[in-house]
Ligand binder design. Structure first.
Ligand code: NAD
Length: 385
């Protein structure tokens, strides 16, 4: 079976789905590995490193013509989708719940689509395949660095002949995988860090990193299913925003990472809260998206300075901005999933397996993932009426 690694085409995307280090594992499993010319260049993995690891570097045309399985980081663009043919498989982070139409097109083309973002993350045998966590971890690290870079003072306490600098006060809102890594990184840079989350279980995790946990009296717990948060009610949200505003006003830096699966990111930092911050403060909104983010006024991919001097960074592509580490981790995740799917040298799709039920989106010309099929049914007007 031929497994191919494509060169990513999304703007700002510097990661590659497979790094040379992982190639021998696949070759040992009897797979042939093809790599599109220059696929790893932006992550500092030259073609020669893939060849040395046992892969064959090839042209785009040959890759699409001969590959059985195509490995990607993000969704294939329309030009790539047009090149795919029936019987081929694509494995990547395809975000089918954000936009199910790619799944519809791939099903129509007879392509098997496997998406790492559907993985059942709490299953211990799936942890090595958890790309959402590995990439959130890289993004959280980078968020702290982006904040430090934009901040006009030091993060650590510095005592010098030219005077003493007090440490920066930094608050992380949302203490999941990305938030905890942002907390750890900001602590290592010497900031005075606190963290907040609606899941009470995160208190111990925040404190174990040496940060202070902020407990609100207005929202006690919003733990949802599978370790995720649930959406707050309108009253809870208003009370949370009002109570958080008091804490936010005392911070030099705020990093927000809050997400609720299948919903737009919750608004945690209101316009009033931004207005109450001092000039020179920095906010990094990791929830920034075209639907809106965790911070009022943030724009994905843009940096805005408010009239009162607060820099709001709508973070985008943070994991892609640490491409070598992010690709190495992703490569381990995707190859673990690929090897789980392969039996006797070919893909063995079986959605009675718990892992496959989460990740297999299309197969045999159908959208087989129930949640994606439901979304499509809701978004596609019925024919003939
Ligand atoms: P996520 O990206 O969905 O959300 C980030 C954080 O935002 C979460 O901690 C969430 O509680 C928080 N949040 C949501 N709404 C909020 C609000 N209104 N105010 C404040 N915070 C809010 O989360 P994630 O990083 O993917 O992790 C979610 C959970 O899954 C965590 O409990 C994590 O430990 C768990 N997890 C478990 C495994 C495993 O068992 N192997 C793997 C990965 C993640």
């Amino acid at each position: 079976m031929k497994v191919a690694v494509v060169k990513e085409s999304a703007p700002g995307e510097r990661r590659v789905a497979l790094v040379p280090e992982t190639v021998p594992r696949l070759v040992q499993a009897g797979l042939e590995v093809l790599v599109e010319e220059g696929a790893g260049d932006s992550a500092w993995f030259p073609d020669s490193a893939y060849t040395a690891a046992g892969a064959a570097v090839t042209s785009t045309d040959n890759l699409y013509a001969t590959a059985d399985v195509i490995l990607t980081v993000t969704r294939p663009d329309p030009a790539a989708v047009a090149r795919l043919r029936a019987g081929q498989a694509v494995i990547g982070m395809l975000s089918p719940l954000t936009d199910p139409h790619l799944a519809r097109d791939l099903a129509a083309a007879g392509v098997t689509a496997v998406s790492l973002d559907g993985l059942p993350r709490t299953l211990s045998r799936a942890q090595g395949m958890d790309a959402l966590s590995s990439q959130a971890n890289v993004a959280g690290y980078k968020a702290a660095l982006v904040a430090a870079d934009a901040y006009g003072r030091f993060f650590p306490l510095l005592i010098t002949a030219a005077g003493t600098a007090r440490p920066a006060k930094l608050l992380v809102l949302g203490a999941g995988v990305a938030g905890l890594q942002a907390i750890g990184t900001a602590r290592r840079l010497g900031a005075q860090v606190s963290g907040y989350d609606v899941r009470p279980a995160s208190k111990g995790e925040v404190e174990s990193l040496g940060a202070t946990f902020i407990e609100l009296t207005s929202v006690l717990s919003a733990a949802g299913e599978g370790g995720y948060a649930r959406e707050l009610t309108a009253e809870e949200r208003d009370a949370q925003q009002a109570e958080l505003a008091g804490h936010i006003a005392r911070q030099d830096v705020v990093i927000t990472t809050a997400q609720v699966p299948g919903r737009r990111p919750p608004l945690l930092v209101t316009e009033d809260a931004v207005r109450a911050m001092s000039a020179g403060s920095v906010i990094v909104d990791m929830g920034a998206s075209p639907l809106g983010g965790n911070v009022a006024g943030s724009v994905a991919g843009k940096t805005i300075v408010t009239a009162n001097g607060v820099t709001i960074i709508g973070a985008q592509h943070l994991a892609a901005a640490v491409p070598t580490a992010a690709s190495s981790a992703y490569s381990r995740n995707i190859s673990a999933l690929l090897l789980h799917l392969v039996s006797e040298g070919s893909l063995a799709i079986d959605t009675t397996d718990e892992i496959q039920a989460g990740v297999v989106i299309t197969h045999g010309g159908e959208v087989v993932h129930p949640a994606v099929a439901k979304l499509l049914a809701e978004s596609t007007p019925s024919q003939g009426n």
